[in-house]
Design a protein around this ligand. Sequence first.
Ligand code: G6P
Length: 367
Amino acid sequence: QAAEKGGYDHFMLKEMNEQPEALKAAITGRIKNGKSILSEINNLKEFITEKLRKIFVVACGTSYHAGLTFKYFMNRYSKIGVDIEVASEFRYMNPHVDENTLVLAISQSGETIDTLEGIRIAKEKGAKVITISNVFGSTIPRESHGAIYMNTGPEIGVAATKTYTAQIAILYALGAKIIELTQGSNDEIRDILKGIEEMPEVYKKVLKLNERIKELAREYVKFQHMMYIGRGFGYPTALEGALKLKEISYIHAAGYQAGELKHGPIALLDEQFPVFAIIPKDSLYEKMKSNLMESKARNANIIAITTENNNEISQLTDEYICVPQVHEALYPLAMAPVIQLFAYNVAILRKLDPDKPRNLAKSVTVE
Ligand code: G6P
Protein backbone atom coordinates (compact mmCIF):
# COMPACT_ATOMS: atom_id res chain seq x y z
CA GLN A 1 0.00 0.00 0.00
CA ALA A 2 2.88 2.36 0.75
CA ALA A 3 3.84 2.19 -2.93
CA GLU A 4 0.26 2.85 -4.01
CA LYS A 5 0.28 5.98 -1.89
CA GLY A 6 3.18 7.26 -3.98
CA GLY A 7 5.19 8.48 -1.01
CA TYR A 8 2.28 10.28 0.65
CA ASP A 9 1.07 9.41 4.15
CA HIS A 10 -2.51 8.94 3.00
CA PHE A 11 -4.47 8.40 -0.17
CA MET A 12 -6.40 11.57 0.58
CA LEU A 13 -3.20 13.62 0.64
CA LYS A 14 -2.06 11.98 -2.59
CA GLU A 15 -5.39 12.61 -4.27
CA MET A 16 -5.53 16.26 -3.20
CA ASN A 17 -2.05 16.71 -4.62
CA GLU A 18 -3.06 15.00 -7.86
CA GLN A 19 -5.59 17.73 -8.62
CA PRO A 20 -3.49 19.55 -11.25
CA GLU A 21 -3.20 16.36 -13.33
CA ALA A 22 -6.67 15.06 -12.47
CA LEU A 23 -8.33 18.26 -13.59
CA LYS A 24 -6.27 18.28 -16.76
CA ALA A 25 -7.32 14.71 -17.53
CA ALA A 26 -10.96 15.57 -16.84
CA ILE A 27 -11.02 18.45 -19.36
CA THR A 28 -8.84 16.87 -22.04
CA GLY A 29 -10.99 16.48 -25.15
CA ARG A 30 -13.74 18.51 -23.48
CA ILE A 31 -12.46 22.06 -23.24
CA LYS A 32 -10.08 23.61 -25.77
CA ASN A 33 -9.13 27.27 -26.21
CA GLY A 34 -12.11 28.39 -24.17
CA LYS A 35 -14.56 26.21 -26.09
CA SER A 36 -16.54 23.23 -24.89
CA ILE A 37 -15.83 20.34 -27.23
CA LEU A 38 -17.62 17.80 -25.06
CA SER A 39 -18.84 15.08 -27.42
CA GLU A 40 -20.54 12.72 -24.97
CA ILE A 41 -23.89 14.42 -25.41
CA ASN A 42 -23.87 14.43 -29.20
CA ASN A 43 -26.64 11.81 -29.25
CA LEU A 44 -28.81 14.24 -27.23
CA LYS A 45 -28.21 17.32 -29.38
CA GLU A 46 -31.65 17.23 -30.95
CA PHE A 47 -33.29 16.76 -27.58
CA ILE A 48 -31.35 19.72 -26.17
CA THR A 49 -32.13 22.08 -29.04
CA GLU A 50 -35.76 21.02 -29.60
CA LYS A 51 -37.19 19.81 -26.32
CA LEU A 52 -35.14 20.75 -23.29
CA ARG A 53 -37.02 23.01 -20.83
CA LYS A 54 -35.52 22.10 -17.47
CA ILE A 55 -32.46 20.48 -15.90
CA PHE A 56 -32.77 18.56 -12.63
CA VAL A 57 -29.57 17.58 -10.81
CA VAL A 58 -29.60 14.51 -8.57
CA ALA A 59 -26.65 13.58 -6.35
CA CYS A 60 -25.45 12.89 -2.80
CA GLY A 61 -22.71 14.23 -0.54
CA THR A 62 -19.81 15.95 -2.24
CA SER A 63 -21.29 15.26 -5.67
CA TYR A 64 -24.35 17.25 -4.58
CA HIS A 65 -22.11 20.22 -3.76
CA ALA A 66 -20.58 20.06 -7.25
CA GLY A 67 -24.14 20.02 -8.60
CA LEU A 68 -25.07 23.06 -6.53
CA THR A 69 -22.10 24.93 -7.98
CA PHE A 70 -23.41 24.04 -11.45
CA LYS A 71 -26.81 25.45 -10.49
CA TYR A 72 -25.22 28.83 -9.70
CA PHE A 73 -23.38 28.72 -13.01
CA MET A 74 -26.49 27.89 -15.05
CA ASN A 75 -28.69 30.37 -13.20
CA ARG A 76 -26.31 33.09 -14.17
CA TYR A 77 -25.70 32.17 -17.80
CA SER A 78 -28.46 29.89 -19.06
CA LYS A 79 -32.11 30.48 -19.85
CA ILE A 80 -32.89 26.91 -18.86
CA GLY A 81 -33.88 26.56 -15.21
CA VAL A 82 -31.92 24.19 -12.98
CA ASP A 83 -33.40 22.41 -10.01
CA ILE A 84 -31.35 20.21 -7.67
CA GLU A 85 -32.17 17.77 -4.93
CA VAL A 86 -30.25 15.21 -2.91
CA ALA A 87 -31.09 11.79 -4.32
CA SER A 88 -32.56 10.39 -1.09
CA GLU A 89 -35.20 13.15 -1.23
CA PHE A 90 -35.62 13.21 -5.00
CA ARG A 91 -36.66 9.57 -5.19
CA TYR A 92 -39.52 9.97 -2.70
CA MET A 93 -40.79 13.44 -3.57
CA ASN A 94 -42.64 12.83 -6.83
CA PRO A 95 -40.10 15.04 -8.61
CA HIS A 96 -41.39 17.27 -11.38
CA VAL A 97 -39.56 15.82 -14.33
CA ASP A 98 -40.98 14.89 -17.73
CA GLU A 99 -39.97 14.31 -21.35
CA ASN A 100 -38.68 17.90 -21.55
CA THR A 101 -36.33 17.44 -18.60
CA LEU A 102 -32.66 16.55 -18.57
CA VAL A 103 -31.77 14.79 -15.34
CA LEU A 104 -28.14 15.10 -14.49
CA ALA A 105 -26.89 12.42 -12.11
CA ILE A 106 -23.52 13.06 -10.47
CA SER A 107 -21.90 10.08 -8.79
CA GLN A 108 -18.19 9.46 -8.35
CA SER A 109 -18.74 5.75 -7.76
CA GLY A 110 -21.65 5.36 -10.17
CA GLU A 111 -23.22 3.00 -7.64
CA THR A 112 -24.93 5.14 -4.97
CA ILE A 113 -28.29 3.47 -4.49
CA ASP A 114 -30.34 6.63 -3.94
CA THR A 115 -28.98 8.24 -7.09
CA LEU A 116 -29.59 5.02 -9.05
CA GLU A 117 -33.19 4.79 -7.89
CA GLY A 118 -33.58 8.50 -8.63
CA ILE A 119 -32.63 8.10 -12.28
CA ARG A 120 -34.88 5.05 -12.63
CA ILE A 121 -37.83 7.19 -11.54
CA ALA A 122 -36.75 10.01 -13.85
CA LYS A 123 -36.58 7.61 -16.81
CA GLU A 124 -40.04 6.24 -16.04
CA LYS A 125 -41.32 9.79 -16.21
CA GLY A 126 -39.77 10.21 -19.66
CA ALA A 127 -36.74 12.34 -18.77
CA LYS A 128 -33.37 12.00 -20.46
CA VAL A 129 -30.52 11.16 -18.07
CA ILE A 130 -26.84 12.05 -18.28
CA THR A 131 -24.44 10.81 -15.62
CA ILE A 132 -21.05 12.13 -14.58
CA SER A 133 -19.06 9.35 -12.94
CA ASN A 134 -15.50 8.27 -12.29
CA VAL A 135 -16.04 4.53 -12.59
CA PHE A 136 -16.25 3.18 -16.11
CA GLY A 137 -19.14 0.78 -16.65
CA SER A 138 -20.68 1.34 -13.21
CA THR A 139 -24.45 0.97 -12.86
CA ILE A 140 -25.71 4.57 -12.95
CA PRO A 141 -23.92 5.58 -16.17
CA ARG A 142 -24.89 2.23 -17.75
CA GLU A 143 -28.56 2.96 -17.09
CA SER A 144 -28.31 6.53 -18.43
CA HIS A 145 -28.82 7.96 -21.94
CA GLY A 146 -25.35 9.47 -21.79
CA ALA A 147 -22.28 9.17 -19.58
CA ILE A 148 -19.35 11.49 -19.00
CA TYR A 149 -16.43 9.82 -17.25
CA MET A 150 -14.17 11.97 -15.13
CA ASN A 151 -10.91 10.24 -16.10
CA THR A 152 -9.17 11.25 -12.87
CA GLY A 153 -7.94 7.76 -12.04
CA PRO A 154 -9.29 5.88 -9.02
CA GLU A 155 -10.08 7.75 -5.84
CA ILE A 156 -9.37 5.61 -2.76
CA GLY A 157 -9.80 8.07 0.12
CA VAL A 158 -13.38 7.95 1.37
CA ALA A 159 -13.67 11.75 1.33
CA ALA A 160 -13.96 12.89 -2.28
CA THR A 161 -11.31 15.43 -3.33
CA LYS A 162 -9.94 15.27 -6.87
CA THR A 163 -13.24 13.96 -8.20
CA TYR A 164 -15.08 16.95 -6.71
CA THR A 165 -12.98 19.46 -8.65
CA ALA A 166 -13.13 17.29 -11.78
CA GLN A 167 -16.93 17.20 -11.48
CA ILE A 168 -17.17 20.99 -11.35
CA ALA A 169 -14.91 21.39 -14.40
CA ILE A 170 -16.91 18.85 -16.40
CA LEU A 171 -20.22 20.35 -15.29
CA TYR A 172 -19.08 23.75 -16.55
CA ALA A 173 -18.05 22.20 -19.88
CA LEU A 174 -21.46 20.53 -20.10
CA GLY A 175 -23.26 23.72 -19.12
CA ALA A 176 -21.29 25.69 -21.70
CA LYS A 177 -22.26 23.16 -24.38
CA ILE A 178 -25.94 23.32 -23.47
CA ILE A 179 -25.84 27.13 -23.47
CA GLU A 180 -24.10 27.16 -26.86
CA LEU A 181 -26.69 24.79 -28.35
CA THR A 182 -29.65 26.72 -26.93
CA GLN A 183 -28.46 30.33 -26.90
CA GLY A 184 -25.32 30.58 -29.04
CA SER A 185 -21.82 31.58 -28.02
CA ASN A 186 -20.97 33.77 -25.06
CA ASP A 187 -17.67 35.60 -24.47
CA GLU A 188 -17.80 35.44 -20.70
CA ILE A 189 -18.22 31.68 -20.78
CA ARG A 190 -15.23 31.47 -23.10
CA ASP A 191 -13.20 33.30 -20.42
CA ILE A 192 -14.44 30.92 -17.74
CA LEU A 193 -13.49 27.86 -19.79
CA LYS A 194 -10.06 29.37 -20.49
CA GLY A 195 -9.76 29.85 -16.74
CA ILE A 196 -10.45 26.15 -16.24
CA GLU A 197 -7.65 25.33 -18.69
CA GLU A 198 -5.33 27.44 -16.51
CA MET A 199 -6.58 25.86 -13.28
CA PRO A 200 -3.88 23.13 -13.11
CA GLU A 201 -1.28 25.92 -12.80
CA VAL A 202 -3.40 27.69 -10.17
CA TYR A 203 -3.58 24.39 -8.27
CA LYS A 204 0.19 24.08 -8.19
CA LYS A 205 0.29 27.43 -6.36
CA VAL A 206 -2.64 26.67 -4.05
CA LEU A 207 -1.23 23.29 -3.03
CA LYS A 208 1.96 25.05 -1.91
CA LEU A 209 -0.10 26.78 0.78
CA ASN A 210 -0.20 23.56 2.79
CA GLU A 211 2.39 24.69 5.37
CA ARG A 212 0.32 27.78 6.13
CA ILE A 213 -2.88 25.70 6.25
CA LYS A 214 -1.18 23.37 8.75
CA GLU A 215 -0.51 26.36 11.03
CA LEU A 216 -4.18 27.28 10.89
CA ALA A 217 -5.19 23.70 11.65
CA ARG A 218 -2.93 23.75 14.72
CA GLU A 219 -4.68 26.85 16.01
CA TYR A 220 -8.22 25.71 15.31
CA VAL A 221 -8.04 22.03 16.22
CA LYS A 222 -9.03 22.89 19.80
CA PHE A 223 -12.53 24.02 18.82
CA GLN A 224 -15.59 21.76 18.95
CA HIS A 225 -17.45 23.58 16.19
CA MET A 226 -16.93 25.48 12.97
CA MET A 227 -19.38 27.51 10.93
CA TYR A 228 -18.58 27.80 7.22
CA ILE A 229 -20.23 30.70 5.42
CA GLY A 230 -20.39 31.87 1.84
CA ARG A 231 -22.63 33.56 -0.70
CA GLY A 232 -23.35 32.84 -4.35
CA PHE A 233 -20.65 30.59 -5.77
CA GLY A 234 -19.10 30.61 -2.29
CA TYR A 235 -22.07 28.89 -0.71
CA PRO A 236 -21.55 25.36 -2.13
CA THR A 237 -17.88 25.74 -1.18
CA ALA A 238 -18.95 26.50 2.40
CA LEU A 239 -21.11 23.37 2.43
CA GLU A 240 -18.28 21.26 1.08
CA GLY A 241 -15.81 22.72 3.59
CA ALA A 242 -18.13 21.80 6.44
CA LEU A 243 -18.73 18.31 5.05
CA LYS A 244 -14.99 17.63 4.68
CA LEU A 245 -14.32 18.69 8.29
CA LYS A 246 -17.20 16.59 9.67
CA GLU A 247 -16.33 13.54 7.61
CA ILE A 248 -12.71 13.14 8.58
CA SER A 249 -12.09 15.15 11.76
CA TYR A 250 -15.45 14.53 13.52
CA ILE A 251 -15.65 18.19 14.47
CA HIS A 252 -19.16 19.56 14.27
CA ALA A 253 -19.33 21.84 11.25
CA ALA A 254 -22.18 23.46 9.37
CA GLY A 255 -22.31 25.41 6.12
CA TYR A 256 -24.67 28.38 5.76
CA GLN A 257 -25.53 31.04 3.27
CA ALA A 258 -23.91 34.04 4.94
CA GLY A 259 -27.10 36.05 4.51
CA GLU A 260 -28.95 33.52 6.67
CA LEU A 261 -26.73 34.13 9.71
CA LYS A 262 -29.15 36.71 11.04
CA HIS A 263 -32.05 34.27 10.82
CA GLY A 264 -30.69 31.93 13.46
CA PRO A 265 -27.12 30.63 13.14
CA ILE A 266 -25.56 33.85 14.45
CA ALA A 267 -27.00 32.99 17.87
CA LEU A 268 -24.42 30.19 18.05
CA LEU A 269 -21.38 32.39 17.59
CA ASP A 270 -19.04 33.29 20.43
CA GLU A 271 -15.35 32.87 21.27
CA GLN A 272 -15.84 29.08 21.26
CA PHE A 273 -17.56 28.92 17.86
CA PRO A 274 -15.33 30.05 14.99
CA VAL A 275 -16.30 31.03 11.46
CA PHE A 276 -14.64 29.86 8.27
CA ALA A 277 -15.51 32.41 5.60
CA ILE A 278 -15.38 31.89 1.85
CA ILE A 279 -14.85 35.50 0.76
CA PRO A 280 -13.34 35.91 -2.70
CA LYS A 281 -13.11 39.40 -4.21
CA ASP A 282 -16.28 38.93 -6.24
CA SER A 283 -19.59 40.71 -6.74
CA LEU A 284 -20.82 39.72 -3.27
CA TYR A 285 -17.61 40.69 -1.46
CA GLU A 286 -19.10 43.75 0.30
CA LYS A 287 -22.03 41.68 1.55
CA MET A 288 -19.65 39.04 2.91
CA LYS A 289 -17.65 41.79 4.61
CA SER A 290 -20.73 42.85 6.60
CA ASN A 291 -21.24 39.24 7.66
CA LEU A 292 -17.66 39.05 8.90
CA MET A 293 -18.17 42.24 10.93
CA GLU A 294 -21.35 40.80 12.44
CA SER A 295 -19.46 37.63 13.37
CA LYS A 296 -16.55 39.57 14.83
CA ALA A 297 -18.99 41.57 16.98
CA ARG A 298 -19.98 38.22 18.59
CA ASN A 299 -16.31 37.53 19.40
CA ALA A 300 -16.10 34.63 16.95
CA ASN A 301 -12.64 33.76 15.64
CA ILE A 302 -12.58 34.09 11.88
CA ILE A 303 -10.58 32.25 9.24
CA ALA A 304 -11.08 33.44 5.68
CA ILE A 305 -10.12 32.30 2.23
CA THR A 306 -9.90 35.29 -0.04
CA THR A 307 -8.28 36.57 -3.23
CA GLU A 308 -4.62 37.59 -3.16
CA ASN A 309 -3.82 41.30 -2.75
CA ASN A 310 -6.87 41.83 -0.56
CA ASN A 311 -5.38 44.55 1.64
CA GLU A 312 -8.15 44.85 4.17
CA ILE A 313 -8.68 41.17 4.99
CA SER A 314 -6.27 41.25 7.94
CA GLN A 315 -8.51 43.77 9.72
CA LEU A 316 -11.61 41.67 9.13
CA THR A 317 -10.30 38.29 10.22
CA ASP A 318 -8.00 36.52 12.64
CA GLU A 319 -6.37 34.35 9.99
CA TYR A 320 -6.59 34.20 6.24
CA ILE A 321 -5.36 32.31 3.20
CA CYS A 322 -5.18 33.87 -0.27
CA VAL A 323 -5.68 32.14 -3.59
CA PRO A 324 -4.86 33.63 -7.01
CA GLN A 325 -7.46 35.82 -8.66
CA VAL A 326 -9.73 33.91 -11.03
CA HIS A 327 -13.12 34.49 -12.64
CA GLU A 328 -15.90 34.65 -10.04
CA ALA A 329 -17.37 31.34 -11.23
CA LEU A 330 -14.02 29.62 -10.71
CA TYR A 331 -13.42 30.28 -7.01
CA PRO A 332 -15.20 27.01 -6.16
CA LEU A 333 -12.36 25.31 -8.05
CA ALA A 334 -9.51 27.53 -6.84
CA MET A 335 -10.55 27.34 -3.16
CA ALA A 336 -11.40 23.63 -2.99
CA PRO A 337 -7.86 22.41 -2.14
CA VAL A 338 -7.72 24.85 0.79
CA ILE A 339 -10.85 23.51 2.49
CA GLN A 340 -9.72 19.95 1.78
CA LEU A 341 -6.22 20.46 3.18
CA PHE A 342 -7.60 22.23 6.25
CA ALA A 343 -9.87 19.28 7.08
CA TYR A 344 -7.04 16.84 6.38
CA ASN A 345 -4.58 18.61 8.69
CA VAL A 346 -7.14 18.86 11.49
CA ALA A 347 -7.80 15.10 11.19
CA ILE A 348 -4.06 14.35 11.35
CA LEU A 349 -3.63 16.52 14.45
CA ARG A 350 -6.48 14.59 16.06
CA LYS A 351 -4.66 11.37 15.18
CA LEU A 352 -7.44 10.12 12.92
CA ASP A 353 -7.11 8.18 9.69
CA PRO A 354 -8.59 10.44 6.99
CA ASP A 355 -8.69 7.60 4.48
CA LYS A 356 -11.03 5.53 6.60
CA PRO A 357 -13.41 7.73 8.58
CA ARG A 358 -15.64 5.91 11.02
CA ASN A 359 -19.19 5.03 9.94
CA LEU A 360 -18.60 6.07 6.32
CA ALA A 361 -18.20 4.12 3.10
CA LYS A 362 -16.76 5.21 -0.23
CA SER A 363 -19.68 3.82 -2.10
CA VAL A 364 -23.13 3.59 -0.50
CA THR A 365 -24.97 0.75 -2.23
CA VAL A 366 -27.57 0.11 0.47
CA GLU A 367 -30.24 2.51 1.56
C1 G6P B 1 -20.41 8.64 0.23
C2 G6P B 1 -19.01 9.16 0.25
C3 G6P B 1 -18.97 10.65 -0.13
C4 G6P B 1 -19.66 10.84 -1.47
C5 G6P B 1 -21.09 10.29 -1.45
C6 G6P B 1 -21.70 10.26 -2.82
O1 G6P B 1 -21.13 9.19 1.29
O2 G6P B 1 -18.43 8.99 1.53
O3 G6P B 1 -17.63 11.10 -0.23
O4 G6P B 1 -19.68 12.21 -1.80
O5 G6P B 1 -21.07 8.95 -0.99
O6 G6P B 1 -21.00 9.33 -3.59
P1 G6P B 1 -21.05 9.23 -5.15
O7 G6P B 1 -20.16 8.06 -5.48
O8 G6P B 1 -22.47 9.00 -5.56
O9 G6P B 1 -20.51 10.52 -5.69
